[in-house]
Design a protein around this ligand. Sequence first.
Ligand code: SF4
Length: 354
Amino acid sequence: MTVVAQKLSAGKRLGREDGLALFATNDLLGLGRLADYANRLKNDDRVYYINNLHINYTNVCVNDCAFCAYRRKQEQADAFNMPVEQVLAKAAQLWHSKAVEFHIVGGCHPRAKLSYYCKMLSALKKAYPGAHLQAFTAVEIDNIARVSRVGVRETLTALRENGLGSLPGGGGEIFAPAVRGKICPEKISGKRYLAVMRQAHQLDIPTNVTMLFGHIESAADRVDHMLAIRELQDETGGFNSFIPLLFHPWNTRLEQLSKTGGIDVMKTMAAARLILDNINHIKAFWIMLGVALTQMALFFGADDVNGTVLEEKITHEAGADTPQHMPGEELERIIIDAGRTPVERDTLYNPLQR
Ligand code: SF4
């Protein structure tokens, strides 16, 4: 840790060995101080949140990830596929005057074509012209392209023409092939995920980027995952935020694993803040962390608690005991109680004045 602290104070970039040292240290408070300092240089005491709405349009998926409690086969009784009219009806049910973003993700449907996704976005954009549409993970984009027999670039271009504003970061999981082969063998590789992200960035479509942690991966896998993200960010600058997603084991085929603890979560947050020196924002997603760990994460380099959400299904099916929605006032209270200044933002981190 001393070497890492010296490197940071000399303005040097951290390497793989430094990243491993961050996970190996028992000096948790020292680690927090380093990450907090790095965060304050970028974000001062601001902590961001957004008024957003989640729409999960299908739970049918050709993949069968071991950590997923959400996916269904088409023939299962509780499988659902929302026609565009139903997506609009769900949007109308959720929409409120403070909402600024629809966050739209689902399974990798075996048959839905690009035209369905374009219709969905254009219908939402027509009904809610001021809303930002953050839709479809890199994994979904690759699937849409494959099912529709068009290229990823054409897929992204068509979606953007119909209202796509940005991509969420889901599907990153862990890039290490050996781990990925065990937890999500059918899913596109980490390399492919990053290649889709690269194409989005080249088309000026910003994205987030994620890492699923706390299952069977090692600290080295986490560090390598972050270094691969940093490398692409050096090239494109298209990542708005990094989101370390805490694995929830219940109702999944990895149920035998226990949920990782608070110290591991804080180390991961801090390592992310210190390694990803070219990404401005690190998210502590309250849906996965709960309120207590979210507040703690603000002392370990995180500067964003994500959004008000409204109706999250994917993490809750894996046993998250957080609510499905948190009003903006409540998120502000959580941030203020941690001694920080809440800033309501839009998807692209522009502050909003109400
Ligand atoms: Fe499908 Fe996503 Fe679940 Fe994997 S995590 S099975 S890609 S819905």
